[in-house]
Design a protein around this ligand. Structure first.
Ligand code: SF4
Ligand code: SF4
Ligand code: FES
Length: 522
């Protein structure tokens, strides 16, 4: 028999891999078996599996191209979906089959339920006319094929990691199939109404959590490049618009805000300029609808914390919604008005740098405002935005001495828009660790979406709730009673889910925790 890989004559060392073995036909249940592998530093996980075959250890796994173009070798590696041929081997890796499909044997899964979705959605160019005439394809379409559709290797990594699909496989097509629907929507021959099909296949179930983007070996961004594009098209055509979304649009059009006030709005109470003695910096504070109207305590905490760190705050009273909910649900036209208004307001205050405590606002200001501003005015937008945790760690030498002990254990939930959207996950943890006697207990999958984003909560609340319940299970496993997070959307979602379950968790924002510590701790 021909060996798969060349003999490893001089291994640098031996490493262990742990593989989930299971043959449903004969075995009572799966077992994890451990193997020793001679290691060289360029070795991939697939080569380790091939080495074992060469030694007569015949576990089942899929492979074809061995150069990350066929997508067939995706498995779970340390609980994350990855291509075995693209992942370098490390000591003590745990290899398991993808969990969304039934196991056929060992690392091979039965993809039948996905094939059924393919057939139902007719995921091929579907046309009856004869192709006798030439057809035109725009440069823009060619670019979309080059940059998005043709790059997808259909590896299922995104399907494995999607929180929405995990709670409802049948109602949502899932990211990879949305990419395929995008391909067909742009296909010059395809005759089916693909926009309508996406709406019927759970277009509004996606929380835009970006997990699919994070795990995609080809770095495709399904939520931005496909989901938001389809949502925009659906809204333009009036196709399948959800009542919950219409309510939000109406509220923003009437009040400039995304939610109704509970108590006195923060912006009505606060002065437009807070100037501490011997100020070291001046920034604009974009408060965001939730902190202005529902979670005023977090906005007040931010003011206290930045005052303590000698930062002058400019807080324009007439600021409106950042546009995030509108953009996520596809209502981009109204969002444009919000963006232009906000830019003008902050420019008038001469605020070059804006601080936020809302991950959705920060992401929208950073990623969406410049494009919208350029489109509407033809000019570049020179406005920097920072999440408050990033600002405190990177721009201000945070006053550590003033932080008093908080003797408790907390866990931290990563907001998707902060973590994957802006790459901020270390700074909030760093701040938590700076509070004396406070112990951070990491939960498993701290980055798992809580269901609070993508306007799913307003549009398809049952899906948002199911995703939230999964998150609460991860929190419950930590056995701590306090959850810290860095976005009011997550605070709102987790509090609502927690109270529905009659759990007694304290769920609060990071700035409130810092403020409490500055105020004297516990
Ligand atoms: S953004 Fe999140 S919810 Fe949406 S398709 Fe990707 S993984 Fe699923
Ligand atoms: S979008 Fe990325 S993760 Fe999803 S199937 Fe395609 S290549 Fe794989
Ligand atoms: S074997 Fe083809 S992508 Fe890994």
């Amino acid at each position: 028999m021909v060996a798969y890989i060349l003999p490893i004559e001089k291994p640098e060392k031996y490493v262990k891999i742990h593989i989930r073995r299971y043959n449903p036909e004969f075995d009572e249940g799966p077992v994890i078996k451990t193997y020793d592998i001679p290691f060289v530093s360029t070795m991939t996980v697939m080569q380790a599996l091939e080495y074992l075959w060469d030694q007569g250890e015949y576990m089942a796994f899929r492979s074809n191209c061995r150069e990350f173009t066929c997508g067939s070798c995706a498995i779970l590696i340390n609980n994350e979906p990855k291509l075995a041929c693209m992942t370098l081997l490390e000591d003590n890796m745990v290899l398991e089959p993808l969990s969304i499909f039934p196991v056929s044997r060992d690392l091979v899964v039965d993809q039948n339920k996905l094939i059924k979705k393919y057939e139902k959605l007719r995921l091929w160019p579907d046309y009856n006319r004869k192709c006798t005439e030439d057809f035109q394809v725009s440069q823009e379409t060619i670019k979309r094929y080059e940059n998005i559709y043709s790059r997808c290797v259909e590896c299922y990594c995104c399907l494995e990691s999607c929180p929405s699909l995990a709670v409802d496989w049948d109602s949502y097509a899932g990211p990879m199939l949305m990419v395929q629907l995008g391909r067909l929507d742009d296909h010059p021959l395809d005759e089916l109404d693909r926009v309508r099909m996406t709406v019927a296949s759970g277009l509004f179930n996606c929380t835009t959590c970006m997990k699919c983007e994070e795990v995609c070996p080809l770095d495709l961004s399904c939520p931005r490049d496909v989901i938001e594009n389809f949502r925009k098209k659906a809204v333009e055509r009036g196709e399948g618009i959800l009542q919950g979304h219409l309510n939000v649009v109406k509220k923003i059009e009437e009040t400039g805000k995304y939610v109704s006030p509970e108590g006195t709005p923060f912006l009505e109470e606060i002065s437009e300029k807070i100037e501490p003695r011997k100020a070291i910096d001046t920034v604009g504070f974009f408060v965001g609808c939730l902190a202005d109207l529902n979670f005023q305590e977090s906005a007040k905490a931010l003011v206290n914390v930045l005052k303590r760190n000698r930062v002058t705050l400019l807080i324009p009273r007439d600021q409106v919604c950042c546009g995030s909910p509108l953009i996520r649900m596809g209502q981009t036209k109204i969002a444009e008005e919000m963006v232009l208004k906000n830019v003008e307001i902050f420019k008038k205050k001469n605020a070059q740098r804006i601080i936020t405590l809302c991950a959705h606002c920060a992401y929208t200001i950073k990623k969406d405002w410049p494009n919208i501003y350029k489109k509407k005015t033809g000019k570049e937008l020179n406005m920097e935005v920072m999440d408050v945790s990033e600002y405190l760690i990177k721009a201000v030498n945070i006053d550590k001495k003033g932080l008093k002990s908080l003797e408790k254990e907390v866990t931290y939930h990563d907001p998707c828009y902060l973590n994957r959207g802006l790459g901020i996950s270390g700074e909030p943890r760093e701040l938590i660790k700076r509070i004396p006697k406070l112990k951070l207990v990491e939960m498993q999958k701290a980055d798992r979406c809580c269901g609070g984003g993508g306007e799913v909560k307003d549009g398809v609340p049952e899906v948002a709730e199911a995703i939230g319940l999964t998150k609460m299970e991860l929190i419950r496993n930590t056995e701590v009673d306090t959850v810290i997070t860095a976005c009011p959307h997550c605070v709102k979602q987790l509090r609502e889910i927690s109270s529905k379950r009659e759990d007694k968790y304290e769920i609060c924002s990071l700035v409130e925790l810092l403020d409490r510590s500055y105020q004297g701790g516990l």
